[in-house]
Design a protein around this ligand. Structure first.
Ligand SMILES: [Zn+2]
Length: 207
């Protein structure tokens, strides 16, 4: 089982154990793919000028804290395909480590998804996007936000995301204040999470 550790992602570095396997199956996979491609067209999921991908979408595997999520380095893929997903079979926030299986490994961003699934049994879908205008608007509006000190890729960020998610309604958008342009939404299903982001997106483009 190959393992890898990413650099520059916090002092307890993200790492994963990855087992190569066929594309994961999930009853919502086609919903996830369609929504992910919409978000890619709105440039809420994509690749930064420096080549680093951003944004991902996931869904819980019913009755567990396992989930399927777009894999590491898929920001440029369009359209997305089942082989661009992986399954996170377990995660350890304190160790900043996931075990995953599928054609691709999971990214460090999967820790925040896992933190939400662990904190909220009613959350079955999570979407993480980047957008400067939505980020600014939501901060101005006083939207729920994780502390600025919680930097991306650290256990502190994952813990902060989980704690904040536990205090919010079943469908919610949170700003990751310590992760530039980062926003994360969760809901009982992928479409509701997408709609929550769409509301903020529409407001950010009107003002
Ligand atoms: Zn991000």
């Amino acid at each position: 089982m190959p393992t890898s550790t990413h650099r520059d992602e916090g002092y307890i570095k993200f790492s994963y154990a990855h087992e190569a396997a066929p594309a994961p199956a999930h009853p919502w996979l086609h919903d996830l793919m369609r929504i992910r491609d919409d978000l890619h067209e709105w440039e809420l999921i994509g690749v930064l000028p420096d080549g680093i991908g951003y944004g991902n979408i996931s869904a819980r595997i019913a009755g567990s804290c396992r989930f399927v999520i777009t894999g590491s380095g898929t920001g440029l893929k369009f359209p997305i395909a089942p082989e661009h997903f992986c399954e996170v079979v377990s995660f350890d926030i304190a160790k900043n480590r996931v075990a995953c299986q599928g054609p691709l490994p999971a990214s460090s961003e999967s820790m925040s998804h896992g933190a939400i699934y662990a904190a909220r049994p009613d959350a079955n879908a999570v979407i993480h996007i980047h957008d400067r205008w939505m980020f600014r608007l939501l901060l101005q509006e006083g939207a729920p936000q994780t502390p600025k000190e919680a930097a991306f890729g650290t256990p502190e960020m994952a813990r902060a995301v989980g704690q904040l998610a536990a205090s919010l309604p079943p469908v919610a958008c949170m700003v990751m204040a310590g992760h530039e342009d980062g926003i994360i939404a969760f809901a009982p299903n992928p479409r509701s999470a997408r709609d929550a982001l769409w509301d903020a997106y529409s407001r950010s483009r009107r003002e």
